[in-house]
Design a protein around this ligand. Structure first.
Ligand code: 475
Length: 754
């Protein structure tokens, strides 16, 4: 394909004369046309992956790579004095996701297309995304993340459906993003929206009138649900998403010849966490509207729906008051009542019922009773679901439960974000690993080859330098690449224990102040957004930013220890940070992190994991061996036992462990409080009290061992050959964590496409 001609046609002028903006626009158009050429209409059965979030990341480079155009475009631009990197800066990152669950959905779409499977994503087109994080006075504040402008990859379609909610009718409009597969077919991500959305109702930060549904429905992902109006808005969003999805699914199936009684030969729906659960009663309702009996509609829906669980945290297992559903979506309430009634009659087991004693509807109970598959996202997580959290369901439906350990797409998380490592790997072991990830194993042959080990450290150094340049340019912070980059980047949540990392940093800070000079110089890097209504999470950010400020103003400490919290951590920042990392912090309280996927991205880019035996860390451990990972902390069994017998008492640790006391007390020290210019700091005091009186995620019991193991990792880093061998073995054994492997398993066991 003559890319130059296409680009020039699109531009209406020579590349050399065009501005970066013009080239960006032209590239979007050229890419979309090339992607559309790879759409396929064949394939009887189709997967619909419904998800409240898709954290897709910037699209330009990724699409160019997948379409096989990257090198050509890169060179063409270079030849004309332009730079693809600069042009990509104009590509706004779609703000359609929050964390792991949304990023997983995006990796899956990439792998589904890459494997040539017939499968589309379905979600919502949030105009302002989650939010953009900024720091003011060492506190997180939120502003709208306005990512949509006229030149995005979004394609407006003429698909529209009527949706009845709260006694009013809404007409949807469907936008599409093309999902390119690597050297394979193009699928689509369908994003439903309303034409009447009005961002002028947003006032100071991200506040808006929660009751103006016609104006606010798709403004934000996960609008604040700390009040009733917010919770209702979430129901509006969820129902809007699945009502449209069900219409689309039935229309497409009928157009391909389904008589609806054989819908399962045409359709499989993957329900990503409980947010899309209402698709079950809604599909039943629409099937009945098209003439089926309720018995047939239930049976057919059951054969089409599969559910993925991403967390055992009770707060994320959604339950909606039936009263809310009656006021917003009365049309599905009688169906939910029938679904509940049938389960109650059949099993006489309150614990698996759909509507509980307090008239709350358990979304997970709908999914598990009326879907045909329930999967966890890592081996340990699935075992915990079966044996503990969902044990009552498991006893009734053992055949529904299965594990699908998460994965990541190597196209984005290696080829695109780490081109120099990719190129070197291709030189050593050939290109095969890009499509067959297990071929990375061939790298093991080089584990004692000094030249290879040196080259790997050299690439890491270059990536660290590139990250330093980026941070200096965008944040004005000057980092030192010759320190250990010890990184924790993920959503801010107490169970992920950024606060444990912080306590280590305080301890190190206090040691240095006391004249104990560490041998290794360390840069601790955090990236995390806190949910706007999650107070303690914001307190943790405040404490990290406070320590950061103290150290940045202290030349004595700064030589040995830096603490850096990056604002607005997103896919774009992740792509620059991950290739530059030496130590990957995966320190959740065992049993709480369902899988983690950041852990896999860091590993693939040659970082060594410091973590607990939690989520997919367990499988990373099994793949790399104990020499190549740093493990500490309570086991998940120990944690579960502690919760069960209620024996954990943080006060005991505080009183009996001087290091813990010293670090925790420091939170409310003169130095820290003093930064506010007042004599007290509510946020730091609240965090201090939380540690002392609750510490629900058991930071203290793991503290000593965490410090010991972390310091050992830092001291091992000094032996660069040994360290580089660990990095090599991490890369070589990352093949299992490709989302291509995960998707092959979903298809083999659940979807059965083609
Ligand atoms: C897990 N998000 C990771 C990842 O499987 C796992 C839930 C409710 C409301 C808002 N956001 C959520 C999640 O639960 C989530 O992101 N879960 C994550 O899913 C993919 O790797 O361990 O925490």
């Amino acid at each position: 394909m003559d890319i130059e001609k296409k680009l020039v046609d699109e531009l209406g002028k020579n590349i050399i004369e065009a501005t970066n903006e013009e080239i960006y626009r032209a590239l979007v158009s050229v890419v979309n046309k090339a992607a559309i050429d790879k759409e396929e209409r064949n394939g009887k059965k189709k997967l619909y992956y419904i998800s409240a979030e898709f954290l897709i990341g910037k699209l330009l480079s990724n699409n160019l790579i997948n379409l096989g155009l990257f090198d050509e475009v890169h060179e063409l631009l270079e030849k004309n004095g332009k730079n693809l990197g600069d042009i990509e800066e104009l590509d706004a990152e779609p703000s359609l996701g929050n964390g792991g669950l949304g990023r997983l959905a995006s990796c899956f779409l990439d792998s589904i297309a890459t494997l040539g499977l017939n499968g589309d994503g379905v979600g919502l087109n949030y105009h302002m995304g989650l939010f953009k994080q900024t720091f003011k006075d060492r506190l997180q504040s939120e502003i709208p993340d306005k990512w949509i402008d006229k030149d995005t990859f979004l394609i407006k379609t003429d698909v529209s459906y009527p949706v009845s909610m709260g006694g009013k009718m809404y007409n949807s409009v469907m936008y599409d993003l093309l999902v390119t597969g690597y050297e394979n077919r193009t699928n689509r991500l369908h994003l439903f929206d309303l034409e009447t959305i009005d961002s002028s109702i947003i006032k100071n930060g991200i506040d808006f009138d929660k009751e103006a549904v016609d104006k606010n429905l798709t403004l934000f992902l996960y609008p604040d649900d700390s009040d009733e109006a917010g919770r209702k808005l979430r129901i509006y969003q969820q129902y809007f998403m699945v009502c449209n999805a069900a219409h689309l699914i039935l229309d497409e199936a009928v157009s391909k010849g389904s008589d609806l009684y054989n819908l399962d030969e045409y359709v499989v729906i993957q329900i990503n966490d409980t947010h899309p659960t209402m698709v079950i009663p809604e599909l039943i309702r629409q099937l009945m509207e098209r003439g089926l009996s309720i018995d047939d509609a239930i049976e057919i829906t059951n054969k089409c729906c599969a559910y993925t669980n991403h967390t055992i945290l009770a707060e994320a297992l959604e339950k909606w008051p039936i009263g809310y559903l009656k006021s917003i979506v009365p049309q599905i309430v009688p169906i939910i009542e029938v679904l509940d009634d049938r389960i109650r009659r059949k099993y006489e087991d309150e614990s698996i019922a759909i509507i509980d004693r307090n008239d709350f509807v358990s979304m997970a109970a709908i999914d598990i009773n009326y879907g045909y598959s329930v999967n966890g996202v890592a081996g340990l997580h699935t075992e915990i679901l079966k044996n503990t959290e969902l044990n009552n369901f498991y006893k009734i439906y053992p055949e529904k439960f299965n594990n699908k350990t998460n994965g990541i797409t190597f196209r984005r998380w290696l080829m695109s974000c780490n081109p120099s490592l990719t190129k070197y790997l291709e030189e050593l072991i050939g290109e095969g690993f890009i499509k067959d990830s297990f071929l990375l194993k061939k790298l093991e042959e080089y584990k004692d080859d000094k030249n290879v080990l040196n080259k790997l450290s050299e690439i890491k150094m270059q990536n660290k330098q590139a990250f330093c340049d980026y941070i200096e340019k965008t944040r004005g912070i000057i980092l030192d690449k010759d320190t250990i980059f010890d990184v924790q980047s993920k959503r801010l949540h107490e169970y992920k224990r950024q606060q444990l990392n912080l306590l280590w940093a305080i301890r190190r800070y206090l040691d240095i102040k006391a004249g104990i000079i560490p041998e290794e110089r360390v840069t601790v890097i955090f990236g995390a957004k806190a949910a706007p209504a999650y107070t303690i999470a914001k307190d943790i950010i405040h404490a990290i930013l406070s320590l950061m400020q103290l150290i940045e103003n202290d030349e004595d400490v700064k030589k040995y220890l830096r603490v850096i919290m990056l604002d607005n951590y997103n896919v774009d920042v992740a792509e620059k940070l991950i290739p530059a990392c030496d130590i990957s912090e995966q320190i959740s309280l065992a049993s709480k992190e369902a899988s983690g996927t950041g852990n896999m991205k860091y590993m693939l880019n040659g970082a060594v994991t410091l973590g607990t035996m939690d989520g997919a860390n367990v499988e990373i451990f099994e793949n790399v061996g104990e020499e190549n990972i740093y493990i500490f902390g309570l086991s998940s069994d120990e944690v579960i036992a502690k919760y069960k017998n209620g024996s954990y008492d943080p006060k005991y640790y505080y009183d009996n462990n001087a290091e813990i006391k010293r670090a925790v007390d420091f939170l409310v020290s003169k130095e820290m409080i003093g930064l506010s210019g007042k004599d007290h700091d509510e946020s730091l005091e609240r965090l201090y009290n939380e540690f002392l009186n609750k510490d629900y995620f058991m930071t203290f019991p793991d503290f000593d061992e965490y410090c010991k193991v972390r310091n050992k990792a830092h001291s091992d880093y000094k032996n660069q050959d040994e360290w580089s061998r660990k990095c090599l073995l991490n890369i070589a054994n990352a093949g299992y964590f490709s989302s291509d492997r995960t998707i092959e398993e979903y298809n083999r066991d659940i979807w059965k496409l083609q």
